[in-house]
Design a protein around this ligand. Structure first.
Ligand SMILES: [Zn+2]
Length: 463
């Protein structure tokens, strides 16, 4: 899939403060340089669990950690079929991690700039200085005659660092042969070099509080704009005002903005019955902290009853949203308000389908709800810096490598994200998988259809 530009990439970096900046000028007065992330560039802070996870992958593979303590790191999802996230350090893209859904494991994809942080002890080759210009400038493969040394654990298909004898990294690539075979070769390619967009990290320590200071004016500006939008939308539409609250960061930021603009309003929380335990806890905590009412909506037909009749939902047949969310929502609004205005934390940087949605809209399945998004043009980092500044009680799932909060069995969850969910919520996942297997057996589908995640792709014809 080609990368899509969902909006201008706003992510910059200040080399004096060593923090991300959401404009071309840092709060310290210095110019901030653009970070060459792959679009859409909706980067988020790496939490300690993300850092531990990335370091574990790089340490196993290359013998050392990638992200040093005290440095701010960001993760930015690359739109691909499988889950891949770029890692930003020092304002450069230093590498990525990618989930292989067939082998069900994560692999590192390093970039040359990462050697400012990581000195590889495993999976590297050292090449003759004479071969450096063609590898470095033209992306030529490393050929057997130019090879001086190959670390012994290298196997075909491995990601490897390409170093000069001094230890300087001149490229990265994929090994074509094993270390043992490479040592006996007289000719042929040993490593296929990968071309990357140049990226030059500048290491330096900082804290998220430093990042808030550096982005103070930018945050104040987008906050004021969002609150003015809320006030105008409320003035233009004399309806009862609510906030759609999912337990996610975007809806929390939306609630704080609405509360700041027009005072406390009730939260609408749709309980599908298949939310994470952390999400239920977060709804209670937010309501208590801010003294606001929660209207909890549960449908008459629960997910499991509907599952028995319709089979598993799929990406192209997500009946669950209509049955467990939109239908009950429409009915509850009708009974309580007739019609209402709901502020929703929808952002265009989230996905291609949301790129061109208007800022005020009506969902055709819930015509009695006028929806509006104050944070339509915010990136994930705007939201996070704002929540950090406000010391807001965000859902602890974000600290468990879950960056999209929804139902735990959503078919739109990519296999890599589901892998993280499985680590934290084995019980919920096993219950779901056993129901899936049972359904598969009764409907002529194989266990493979369940285990490979094919059930997500397409409905079994029962929707
Ligand atoms: Zn600065």
């Amino acid at each position: 899939m080609r990368p899509s530009y969902l909006g201008k990439i706003l992510l910059h970096w200040c080399d004096s403060c060593h923090v991300p900046v959401l404009s071309a000028r840092c709060g310290c007065g210095q110019t901030a340089r653009p970070v060459p992330v792959t679009p859409p560039g909706d980067a988020r802070p790496a939490f300690p669990s993300d850092i531990g996870f990335v370091n574990r992958i790089y340490r196993e593979y290359f013998g050392n950690d990638l992200i040093p303590p005290g440095h701010l790191a960001l993760m930015s999802k690359v739109p691909e079929i499988d889950r891949m996230e770029e890692i930003v350090l020092g304002g450069g893209v230093v590498g990525a991690v990618r989930f292989d859904p067939i082998k069900k494991h994560w692999e590192p994809l390093p970039r040359p700039g990462s050697t400012k942080y990581l000195k590889p002890r495993l999976r590297y080759v050292i090449i003759d200085p004479g071969a450096v210009p063609s590898v470095m400038n033209e992306g030529a493969s490393v050929l057997a005659p130019g090879l001086l040394e190959i670390e012994e654990s290298v196997s075909p298909g491995d990601e490897v660092y390409i170093l000069e004898p001094s230890g300087t990294c001149v490229g990265v690539g994929r090994a074509k042969v094993s270390a043992a075979d490479a040592r006996t070769m007289k000719r042929g390619a040993v490593v296929r070099t990968r071309k990357n967009i140049p990226s030059h990290p500048v290491p330096g320590e900082a804290t998220w509080d430093d990042a808030i200071v550096a982005n103070r004016e930018i945050l104040a500006r987008v906050e004021a704009e969002a609150k003015a939008f809320v006030q105008k939308t409320v003035a233009d539409n004399p309806l009862p005002v609510t906030v759609s609250y999912s337990g996610g960061k975007d809806s929390l930021a939306t609630f704080l903005l609405v509360r700041g603009a027009v005072g406390n309003v009730p939260l609408i929380f749709i309980d599908t019955g298949i939310e994470f335990p952390e999400t239920y806890a977060n709804v209670i905590e937010v309501a208590r902290r801010y003294g606001t009412d929660v209207i909890t909506i549960t449908g008459k037909v629960g997910f499991w009853d509907a599952f028995d009749r319709m089979g598993p939902p799929a990406m192209n047949a997500r009946w669950c949203c209509k049955v467990c969310k939109l239908g009950p929502l429409k009915q509850a609004i009708s009974e309580r308000y007739g019609e209402c205005l709901s502020f929703i934390g929808q952002r265009r940087y989230e996905s291609v389908t949301r790129r061109n949605t208007p800022r005020v809209w009506r969902n055709s399945f819930v015509p009695n709800q006028l929806s509006a998004s104050p944070i339509q043009n915010w990136t994930a980092l705007h939201v996070w810096l704002y929540l950090f500044r406000e010391k807001a009680p965000y859902n602890v799932l974000y600290e468990k490598q879950c960056d999209r909060i929804g139902c735990y069995l959503c078919p739109s969850t990519d296999p890599g994200a589901y892998d993280h969910i499985r680590v934290n919520h084995r019980d919920l996942c096993e219950r779901w998988e056993s129901r899936l297997r049972e359904w598969a057996r009764n409907n002529g589908m194989t266990d493979e259809w369940v285990d490979s995640g094919q059930w997500r792709e397409k409905s079994g014809g029962h929707a």
